[in-house]
Design a binder for this molecule. Sequence first.
Ligand code: NAD
Length: 259
Amino acid sequence: MKLKDQIAAITGAGRGIGRAIALKLAQEGANIVVSDIDLELAEKTVTEIYEIGSKAVAHKVDVCNYDEMNQLGEKALTAFDRPLEIMINNAGITQAKNIFDITPDEWDLMLNIHLRGSFFGMQMAGKIMKKTGKGSIVNMASVYGREGHPLTAHYSASKAGIIDLTKSFAKALAPSEIRVNSVAPSVVETDLWDLGDAQMSKLKGLKKGQAKEERLKQIPLGRSAKPEDIANTVSFLVSKDAEFITGECVHVTGGALMV
Ligand code: NAD
C-alpha cells in the first residue's frame, strides 16, 4: 500500500494501459478519478476498482478540451475531499500512415490529444500541487518518440514532444518538490497496438499481425509488454521509492531501446 489514501487522476483509463495503471494505483491504496472520452469504459474501470476494495469515480474528459481537463482537479476534490496528488497523462490514439499522406486534420488531432492534452493536464495538476507542495506526474510517451518512424511521423513527433515537455515541467516544479517523469513503452498488448499493427501491415503489404511479428523480433526479452508491465513502472515512479527521479523518460521496452 505504497500510495495509501493518495488521490490520483488518470486520462484514457477506460481500457488498455490507462485501465491497468488505475487498477495498480488502486491496489497500492490510491483513490482514483478514472477519466476517459468514453464514459461507459471509465465506469467499467471504476467497478473493477471497487471490486479490489479501493475507491474511484468516473469522469468524462476529452483531453483536447481545456475546460474538461481543468475540471479533473475539482472532480478529485469533490469526490474525495482531498486535492490531487498524482496525475497520469495517458490518453492516446495511433495512426500508421505514409508521411506524404497525413492530412492537416490528422496532424492536429494527433498533436492535440498527446501534446496539448499532456501540457494542459500537467498545467492543471501542477497548479494544484504547487499549492499543496506535493505531487507526482507521469506522462505516457513511446519508444517511437525516441526513434521516429516513417509510418508514424505525427505520432512520433507528439511523443517526442511529451518527453521534452516532461523535462520543462520537471524543472519548473522541482523547487516545489513535485516530480514529473515520462514512460516510453514499445509494444504493449492493447487495442491501440492491434490497430497500429493492422494499419502498418496493410501499408507494408503484409498480412495482419506481421508488422507486430517484425517488431517483436527487435525485442531482446522476446515478448510484447502487458499493460501491467507499464502500470508497475508508473506505480514505482509516483511512489516515494522514486523520490529522487524527475525529468526522466523510462523505457519499458524489453530491451528494444537501450541508451
Ligand atoms: P487504448 O486504445 O487501448 O486506450 C486508450 C484510451 O484512451 C481509450 O480508453 C480511449 O477511449 C482513450 N482516449 C482516446 N482519445 C481520448 C481523448 N481525446 N480524451 C480522453 N481519452 C481518450 O491505448 P493504449 O495502448 O492503452 O495506449 C495508452 C497510451 O500508451 C497512449 O498514449 C499510447 O500512445 C501509449 N503507448 C501505447 C503503446 C502500445 O503498444 N499499446 C506503446 C507506446 C505508447
